[in-house]
Design a protein around this ligand. Structure first.
Ligand SMILES: [Zn+2]
Ligand SMILES: [Zn+2]
Ligand SMILES: [Zn+2]
Length: 325
């Protein structure tokens, strides 16, 4: 297994993973009674755990070793070094993140935060984040509620695009593009799904799929893992819970990804200028992409997204749904 860089798009691809070895799903390795693997984090620290983090049994990236960046003629490659962990969101086998109490969702986010901060202490990793695939259509590996933490020696392509765009917007206007988006969306209102405290959930202007929803803070911060007041943590958990409960009424499968800033502890040698203004120009956020049942033309065709539903209509529909637990 190695990582290869496409010289045109500059994206890194994991090749030769050779996966699809069958993994035990019975008995469930994420249940407390049958738990396996090292415990990287457990919350709360005492008593029975509510959230537990363990290394992925078949990781896409491996924690040991040097990055081994090398050239192969004009091409670049490196070893599949990184971290791949599972966040077990609940000791209960049946359920979803959205059905947890706000306090328990907050605990899952606390686990994201602590693992991301911990992995960012490793200067080999340029990026660390959390993501979640729910439902078979999203290729969830276990039915037990879980998400993943991934740390990589490169910045994923979409985040790199965001960083470049945010930096050039900032250079021109001396404002954060994400803060500007939140302000304009709130003023217009038509794509806003829900709000709580300082947090806003809305369908982005150029949504790639029907019901795509982003969650952003009104208050600027580039790092998800930055310390946050308790009331703000509660508001974020509550808004994410409600948003997912709305989305699950249109699709039970979704991808959720956290976009936070890259690791600023990396020696900045080969990192381009975005480091200097990153705390001002980048703004962490959560993106949720529901996977609609067949018949949706929401797939990327020839690299252009065709979204059959206007984001304003998606937001209106989501607003009308009952989000209570
Ligand atoms: Zn289980
Ligand atoms: Zn901002
Ligand atoms: Zn993003």
């Amino acid at each position: 297994m190695e990582l290869r860089k496409d010289p045109i798009t500059r994206s890194w691809v994991v090749v030769g993973h050779g996966e699809e070895v069958s993994r035990p799903v019975e008995p469930c390795p994420l249940c407390p009674a049958t738990e396996s693997g090292q415990t990287l984090l457990r919350l709360p620290a005492d008593g029975p755990w509510k959230v537990r983090v363990t290394p992925h049994p078949a990781p896409l990236y491996r924690i040991e070793g040097e990055v081994g960046r090398a050239a192969e003629g004009i091409y670049d490659k490196m070893r599949g070094v990184g971290a791949h962990e599972i966040v077990i969101e609940s000791p209960v086998h049946v359920g979803t993140l959205s059905r947890l109490s706000d306090d328990d969702i907050e605990l899952v986010f606390e686990a994201y935060k602590r693992r991301i901060s911990d992995l960012k202490r490793d200067s080999r990793f340029k990026y660390a984040t959390a993501l979640k695939n729910q439902g078979p259509a999203a290729a969830a590996e276990w039915t037990h509620p879980h998400s993943e933490i991934v740390a990589t020696t490169f910045v994923p392509r979409r985040v790199l695009y965001e960083l470049r765009a945010a930096k050039s917007y900032y250079e021109e206007k001396e404002r954060c593009v994400f803060c500007d988006i939140v302000r304009q969306e709130e003023r217009a209102g038509k794509r806003v799904v829900d709000t709580q405290g300082d947090y806003v959930a809305f369908c982005p202007y150029a949504s790639r799929v029907p019901f795509e929803t982003w969650i952003l803070a009104r208050k600027h911060n580039y790092q998800f893992e930055a310390p946050r007041a308790e009331s703000r943590r509660k508001n974020l958990a509550a808004l994410v819970g409600r948003t997912l409960r709305r989305l699950e009424q249109v699709s039970d499968a979704y991808h959720m990804v956290l976009h936070t800033s890259p690791n600023t502890n990396v020696p900045s040698g080969h990192i381009t200028g975005y480091w200097k203004t990153i705390s001002d120009d980048y703004h962490w956020h959560i993106e949720v992409m529901p996977i609609l049942p067949k018949g949706s033309r929401s797939y990327a065709l020839k690299e252009v997204y065709f979204n059959a539903v206007m984001p304003e209509d998606s937001a209106k529909h989501l607003r009308g749904l009952e989000p209570s637990l």
